[in-house]
Design a protein around this ligand. Structure first.
Ligand SMILES: [Zn+2]
Length: 348
């Protein structure tokens, strides 16, 4: 019962914008966080100071600075980084009269591109459900909240994330820090010190990734294309170079990105099956891969990317290209079979 009451009461960080703007639209379970509002410029540093009259006690200051460092370290994107600067224009406040909902333990305000503020209620604040206790202040074994995690949640809102939509059983709760109901110690995720995969998923689609080899959050499901070519084209013998270009084809700012650092495999058709001929090496041009082989005459080739559990990038195969000449030995048989999906299954 305690947990229920806390979850009902602790609508942490309903931002001013969120209160007004977040309807029930675009609700998908186990999906990237909904977008709260417009993005900041990429790679921006957002600075904050302690609010006049609302300076946190030392333990909370430390926790809030750690939360800011967590947001910067775990964004996996070109979302803003956060830094303390006593001369900053944006406030981090503790215990002041706050614009938060009356039952919130923290909240945030954002107004791109002019600024933002974050607030945490004071330790000991009385609610109809009980008394707020910050773990960093009290050292309680249970029933307290992490100011570090709440700061991370608030800065997720500042970045532009709305609350994650959990599965009915909340089995995906730890996929996101940006939660409508914050967990008290020792519930799952109460002390998260990094964005969850469904937080970084939205940050990546809003802000793009810092490099072409940065893995896409496993909370995403980004389609991609592989385009295969042979040089010299249509060769029947000798060494040929097969080149593949790998590109994302959806995902907001990820759309059209070259995909470097992935495992792209060249396959050739033998009978009705496809056989791996080798792993293609990364080429100097981002998203491009090459492999040189002794070509077999009249043989079908394709490039394949197999999805892994650690990245939200779909399996894909290129169109088939065929070498010149006439096949002898083990050759493709009959009409071209459908792509054998079993060899491309996610996680294989
Ligand atoms: Zn929140």
């Amino acid at each position: 019962m305690t947990r229920h009451l806390l979850r009902m009461a602790v609508t942490a960080a309903a931002t001013l914008i969120l209160i007004a703007g977040l309807g029930p639209s675009a609700v998908f379970a186990d999906a990237p966080d909904p977008v709260l509002g417009p993005a900041w410029p990429q790679d921006m540093t957002l600075e904050f100071r302690w609010a006049s009259g609302g300076v946190p006690p030392a333990a909370i200051r430390t926790a809030m600075l750690e939360g800011a460092a967590d947001a910067t370290a775990s964004r996996a994107s070109r979302a803003p980084s956060f830094a303390f600067d006593a001369a900053a224009a944006n406030d981090a406040a503790y215990g002041l009269a706050m614009p938060c909902a009356s039952n919130a333990i923290a909240c945030a305000y954002r107004a791109v591109p002019t600024g933002f503020d974050v607030w945490l209620r004071e330790n000991g604040h009385k609610y109809d459900w009980g008394t707020l206790r910050w773990c960093e202040v009290t050292g309680f074994a249970a029933g307290c909240f992490s100011a570090e995690t709440l700061m991370l949640d608030e800065l997720g809102h500042v970045d532009g994330l709305a609350h994650h939509v959990n599965l009915p059983d909340e089995s995906d709760y730890t996929d996101s820090v940006v939660q409508a109901g914050s967990h008290a110690k020792p519930q799952a995720g109460w002390n998260a010190s990094a964005f969850g995969v469904c937080d970084t998923a939205t940050l990546q689609t809003m802000y793009d990734v810092p490099s072409w080899s940065t893995p896409y959050s496993s909370c995403l499901d980004i389609p991609a294309t592989l385009t295969l070519s042979m040089t010299p084209a249509g060769a029947a013998s000798g060494t040929v170079t097969l080149g593949a270009a790998f590109r994302a084809t959806d995902g907001g700012r990820l759309n059209g990105n070259p995909l470097s650092g992935r495992r792209v495999v060249l396959q050739l058709r033998t009978g009705l099956d496809w056989t791996d001929a080798g792993v293609m090496a990364g080429a100097p041009t981002a998203g491009n891969y090459t492999l040189s082989v002794l070509v077999r005459p009249g043989t079908d080739y394709r490039a394949v990317y197999r999805a892994t559990a650690s990245e939200g990038l779909r399996s894909t195969a290129s169109a088939v290209i065929t070498s010149g000449g006439t096949c002898t030995g083990v050759c493709p048989l009959g009409p071209t079979p459908a792509r054998p999906a079993v060899t491309l299954g996610r996680g294989r």
